[in-house]
Every structure is written in C-alpha cells, then in structure tokens.
Design a protein around this ligand. Structure first.
Ligand code: HEM
Length: 532
C-alpha cells in the first residue's frame, strides 16, 4: 500500500511540475495571462476540442483582451509559454535590435526524427542557420524572381485559361483551386517538374502536396501535441512530422535532378538552378540588385549577417533538397492562403475588382497583350490590393523566436515589472492581430486598399505591417510570394469575373489549422468567363 501511495504521489508531482506549474509562468513574472489555460493543452484546449473555431480566433481573443496600450500578453501553447509582443517599438527592439538574444525559432520536430525537415532554414539554429541564410540570401533577390518569372507566368495563365474556356461560371472551392495553382507553380519553379493539376488533379506531385500539407488530421495533431509536451517520445520512436515515404520521394526527386543537371549541364530558369548557382558564388558577396522590387510588403534582407562577416558556403545536395522541401511547405501553403483571401475580397468588393481589372487591362494592352515582370509589378493598384489583403488576412497568424541569450525587457509603462527572459523562453509577434488593431489601422475590418496609396502609406506606423515577419529571420520567399499572388490575380481578372455564390461565407469564417489562416468549410466562389 505504501509503495502505491508513494508512486501516486510521485506521479502527481511529476504531473504538477510538467503540466500545471508551467501555467503560472506569466503570473509569476507579473505578465497578464488568460487564467483559463488547462494542464497539457494550455490555452489551446478550446481549439483542440473544436470549441473555439480556429487558432486565429484564440490568438485574437488573447490579444484583444488586453488594454489598448499593453505591450505584451502571455499565452500557453500547450504547456509552452509564449510572450506575445503587442507594441511595435518593442517588436523592433527584440526581433531586430537584439536579434542576438532572440535568433532561434521554436523547433517543430526533433532533428533525428525527420532529417529532411530538420535541416531546413526555418528549423536550424545558431551558426548553421546564419551560414545557410547567408548562402541562400542571393537566391530570392528581385533579379532571381525575374529569372523565374516566365515559369510562374505560365502556370498562372494556364490556371486562368482553364476557367476562361468553360461555357459558363464555374463554382470552385477557392482554397482547393489556389492549392492546385501554387502546387503547379512550385513544381515547375522549384522542382523543375511541369504539371497541370487543373487537367490532371491526380498527378503525383499534387497528391504529395495534399499529404504534406494536411496537418489538421487527428494523427498530425497528436504529433504536434507530442512535439510540444514530450518531444523525447517522438525521438525514441523516430516519428517525423511528415510521412517518410513522401519525404524520401521528395529528396529523391531533387537529388536525381541535381545529378542529371550536373552531368548534362542542362539549364532551366528555376530555383534548382538558382540553388546550384549558389554553390558557385558561395564565396562572393551578394551583388547589388537594381531589378524592380516586387511590392510594398517585400521583406528586405537584413544586413546584420554581412556586418557579422558570416561566410557563405556551398550547400550539399541534401541541404538543397531540404530547402526545396521547405519552399514547398512554407511557400505553397501560405501562398495558397494569400491568393484565396485576396480572391474572396475581390469577389465581395466588386467595385475594387472592376477598378483593378481596368488597370490590368490597360497595362496588358499597352504592353503588347503580354505580361512581363516589369509590367505586372508596375501596376500600383495591384500592389495596394495585395498589401491590404496581407494586412487584413495575414496568412501566418503569428511567428516566434526562442531566447538564446539572457535579456531583460525593462519596464516603461506604469505597472510593468522587469521581465527576465532566459535561454529557452519564447516570444512571438502577431501580424494577424496587430494589423487589425484599430490603434494602428482604423476600421480594421474594412478592406480598403487606399491605406496603401501614396497619400496614406506614410501613416502606417513602422513594425505594425509585418505579414512576412521582420529582422534577419524574416521570410526569405516574400518576393516569390508577391509575384505569384499578383500573377494569379492578373491572369484571372483579365479572363474572368470573380463572384460570390450562395455558398460564399459572408462574413468570412476562419477554421481549424495549425499555424495558417484557413477558411472554415471551404471558400466557395464562382469564376465567370468574361464576355469580350
Ligand atoms: C504569402 C506568402 C507567405 C507569407 C505570408 C509568409 C510569411 C512568413 C513569415 C511570417 C515568416 C516568419 C518570419 C519571421 O519569423 O520573422 C516566414 C518565414 C519563412 N518563409 Fe515565408 N511566407 C510566404 C511565402 C513563402 C515562400 C513562397 C517561401 C519560399 C519559396 C517562403 C519561405 C520561408 C522561409 C524559408 C522562412 C524561414 C526564414 C528563416 O528562418 O530564415 N515563404 N514566412
């Protein structure tokens, strides 16, 4: 009996220290927290049990439960406490100025369990990340985007032609259709494979993308939960986030392509070529790039790593495969969201759609009925619409950093105490909320591209518009993303009208997803061929 009692007491203590005590982390620091967090699930219990519609709804609730000028608020992602920063100046301090104290991201899987995933830029840390980022920085410049422009242009025009050639309006789940488009684009521009998912929706590449990107299944959710609360279990059983058969297949595609290109000298204007070129120029500095920029939202490369004299180094085949994999994962899913929500706003705001179509048509005509890198990016109103869509519907709900060197956030407002952050503590920024905060964006729920007009753009408070993150670890693919989204809109508006149907959710409802904004139960719209 005594043995059993001791065992129960030990288990209870373990449970307390592992799952209950962490939920007082912020209260102990004097930071506002929700006080509704539960053991194991933290603040996520409503989302995991599907009582709260989406992770976005949870984050919104926590962010907006604060007083207007609160600079931060605590949230428990399962048992992991994350200090969400609400104040733009403090965001700048932590994510840019003191990047050396906050330069890692919360890892999503143990490196030994999923090597392909673990070697990618989003997951690696320290010197390894610095070298990789420095080596890749030249791969996403505007001149490299101009180099791959024709591939993206082709997949977007093939997408528009598919619906323009129909006999009448086609009702589509915009999220599915955008996923097909972005898959085709990534396949051709990053993997060197040409597919047309509109004509052949069963192609292997699209099937693989569905498998990888569906992280909302029960199985994936359990893995995400275990990663946070007991990563050692995944390590022991070598469980990766993605199905091994799929990641092995992707590695093989890339490695075979690299071998073939190196053997035959075959050159194609795509990302593999850009990554292979990176090897040759690994020792040189990134040349100045005067090619036209992709838009206002572009996340510029920080010069911090140049100042630290971080060396570029040639990437191995495996590292190239890992980056190509994350371009697929990070790029395909967030681009899909960006295109889906922009099309939604164009459908429910027909006056904006008409004005944009007129500008696109005029440019197309002036440019000899063809789209070029400069002609598409030169359309000012297109940039305003895309920026406003990224503001209202930030595809990435939040992003984070892990403290790597002790740092104290000094109090500046009445009632604040010093917050001592130690290595391993996490901070986050919430583009999905700060970009909808009425303190910075009046009438935040109104879709108003004029916020980004020449007359108004200066009113945007620095570090409140951060759809692609900020600082040295910002989104490396922002130029690719902007180009792809703009080309998708360009070709569809030239050929079709986007109209709501009886199934279009008005107002929009967001649904369950791991880290991305996602429409609940699909987003139905009709693509109606233009008459002329
Ligand atoms: C609309 C589409 C996209 C959005 C909204 C988006 C947004 C973001 C955000 C918010 C981050 C985190 C930044 C930070 O922590 O400061 C990020 C990181 C990243 N994104 Fe994107 N992204 C998009 C498309 C892409 C594309 C197309 C690619 C690649 C082709 C890409 C590759 C990456 C990578 C590799 C990182 C990690 C960078 C690092 O840790 O150094 N993203 N993205």
């Amino acid at each position: 009996m005594l043995v059993e009692l001791v065992l129960v007491a030990v288990l209870a203590l373990l449970f307390y220290y592992q799952f209950v005590r962490p939920l007082n982390h912020f209260a102990r620091m004097g930071v506002k927290q929700t006080n509704t967090a539960l053991p194991i699930f933290g603040d996520r219990w409503g989302v995991e049990l599907r009582l709260e519609k989406s992770y976005f709804d949870l984050i919104k609730r926590v962010y907006f439960s604060c007083d207007r000028d609160d600079r931060y608020v605590g949230l428990y992602n399962f048992t992991n406490p994350i200090l969400f920063i609400r104040d733009p100046q403090l965001i700048k301090e932590l994510f840019i100025k003191h990047f050396d104290s906050f330069n890692h991201r919360i890892p999503h899987i143990d490196p030994d369990s999923d090597p392909l995933w673990a070697a990618n830029l989003t997951q690696i840390k320290g010197e390894r990340w610095k070298e990789m980022r420095q080596s890749l920085s030249g791969s996403f410049t505007s001149s490299k985007m101009k180099f791959i422009f024709e591939l993206l242009n082709k997949s977007c025009s093939q997408f528009a032609e598919h619906y323009a050639s129909a006999n009448g309006p086609t009702e589509v789940d915009m999220n599915d259709v955008s996923a097909m488009l972005t898959t085709d684009s990534i396949a051709t521009s990053a993997y060197g494979i040409e597919v047309n998912s509109f004509k052949d929706p069963d192609n292997v590449f699209f099937m693989m993308s569905k498998n990888i990107l569906n992280l909302t299944t029960f199985r994936s959710q359990i893995k995400v939960l275990l990663t946070t609360i007991c990563p050692f279990l995944l390590r022991i059983f070598k469980v990766g986030l993605f199905d091994k058969i799929v990641t092995d297949h992707i590695s093989k595609i890339i490695e075979d392509t690299i071998t073939m290109r190196e053997k035959t000298g075959f050159v194609r204007p795509d990302m593999i070529n850009v990554l292979l070129e990176t090897r040759k120029v690994a020792k040189t500095n990134t040349a100045e790039d005067n090619t036209m920029e992709t838009g206002y939202a572009t996340a510029k490369e920080s010069t911090a790593l140049d100042k630290q004299k971080v060396k570029k180094r040639p990437l191995t085949n495996f590292e190239i495969a890992s980056q190509a994999f994350v371009f697929f994962f990070a790029g395909q899913s967030s681009n899909t969201t960006s295109i889906t929500f922009t099309f939604y706003e164009l459908a429910v705001n027909p006056d904006i759609q008409e004005r944009l179509r007129a500008d696109i048509k005029e440019t197309h005509k002036k440019n000899g009925n063809k789209a070029t890198y400069e002609s598409v990016l030169g359309i000012k109103y297109l940039d305003m619409v895309v920026s406003e869509s990224l503001r209202k519907w930030s595809p990435i709900v939040n992003f984070d950093r892990v403290c790597t060197k002790s740092f104290t956030i000094e109090p500046v407002r009445p009632g604040e105490k010093p917050i001592h952050m130690k290595p391993g503590d996490c901070i986050g920024a919430v583009p999905s909320c700060i970009q909808r905060d009425p303190k910075y964006f009046p009438n935040p729920d109104v879709f108003d591209p004029e916020r980004f007009s020449e007359e108004n753009i200066h009113k945007i408070v620095p570090y409140t518009f951060i759809p692609f993150g900020l600082g040295p670890r910002n989104c490396i693919g922002s130029r690719y993303a902007l180009l792809q989204t703009k080309l998708a809109i360009y070709h569809i508006l030239l050929n079709c009208k986007i109209v709501p149907t009886s199934r279009t959710p008005i107002p929009m409802k967001t649904g369950f997803n791991w880290f991305l904004l996602h429409p609940e139960n699909g987003l139905y719209l009709a693509l109606e061929p233009l008459k002329e």
